[in-house]
Design a protein around this ligand. Structure first.
Ligand code: MN
Length: 259
């Protein structure tokens, strides 16, 4: 029997391996990204309608019908979400290689910078400075930008938008180009989308979408609890629903870590 798996099983059962929930609760108040109506149709919010609850509609069972967009709450962006990734045969939620749905994580703590400047952008130089301190980002890693956004803004002000648009942190194009060069698995954030609030106006618009998905890499948005993860050494489990030709899906994101 594999020592690796028995050690993992023991670690889980005895609590040396901890499971961290990186997921926000999904409900009618879950903030939805809002795109300018001139250019896009927006997603309806999450809704839930009861079918039965131990009553005349079903005496011994409770269930609901839910309606939601694929990009709602804590969710996965698959490569075919963006036009740059549309041709990847393994880029939909039903065709993603499952081996890639479990992977190591590098967590870059930007919480101090984001608290001081909600429009903070992470550059390649920031990532290189992180690597000097914590070691090189390994191929196949999730790179997660910790901003403590939910704690900072709350659910009510999660989008942080005013008449100049949304103000939330994200990566620059040079940052994403560097991560693609490192052959990462994907890019994850604690804000509503993987790009900064002002990313429509960047020199390369929406780099975390256009460049990452163009390179057949993944995104995770509206994560939470990244403050509970070490900079390196955790494993993220992020498996979207297997929707036929899906562009992404809400999901439960879990991380495994030791103390
Ligand atoms: Mn999305």
């Amino acid at each position: 029997m594999s020592t690796l798996m028995t050690d993992l099983a023991t670690g889980l059962l005895e609590g040396m391996v901890k499971v961290v929930d990186l997921t926000q609760t999904l409900g009618p108040n879950t903030p939805i990204i809002h795109l300018p109506e001139e250019i896009a149709v927006n997603s309806p919010p999450f809704s839930m309608k009861e079918i039965s609850k131990y009553d005349d509609n079903g005496p011994a069972w409770y269930w609901n019908v839910i309606t939601l967009g694929e990009h709602t709450g804590t969710h996965f962006d698959a490569p075919i979400h963006w036009v740059s990734g549309m041709d990847y045969a393994d880029g939909g939620t039903d065709t993603l290689p499952v081996q890639k749905l479990v992977g190591p994580a590098c967590v870059i703590d930007c919480s101090t910078e984001v608290a001081a400047d909600n429009d903070f952008v992470l550059t390649a130089d920031h990532v290189k400075a992180w690597e000097k301190q914590h070691g090189d980002i390994a191929k196949g890693s999730w790179v997660l930008m910790r901003s403590d956004w939910l704690k900072l803004k709350g659910c009510e002000n999660f989008l942080n938008a005013d008449d100049t648009g949304p103000h939330s942190p994200g990566p620059t194009a040079c940052c994403i180009a560097y991560l693609i060069e490192k052959d990462v698995l994907g890019w994850g954030v604690e804000t509503v989308g993987t790009d900064a609030g002002q990313a429509a106006m960047f020199e390369v618009p929406f780099p975390a979408h256009s460049m990452m998905h163009g390179a057949n890499k993944y995104g995770l948005a509206s994560l939470t609890n990244l403050d509970q993860l070490p900079p390196t050494g955790s494993i993220v489990i992020a498996a979207p629903l297997k929707i036929e030709n899906g562009s992404g899906s809400p999901l439960r994101v879990l991380a495994l870590k030791t103390d």
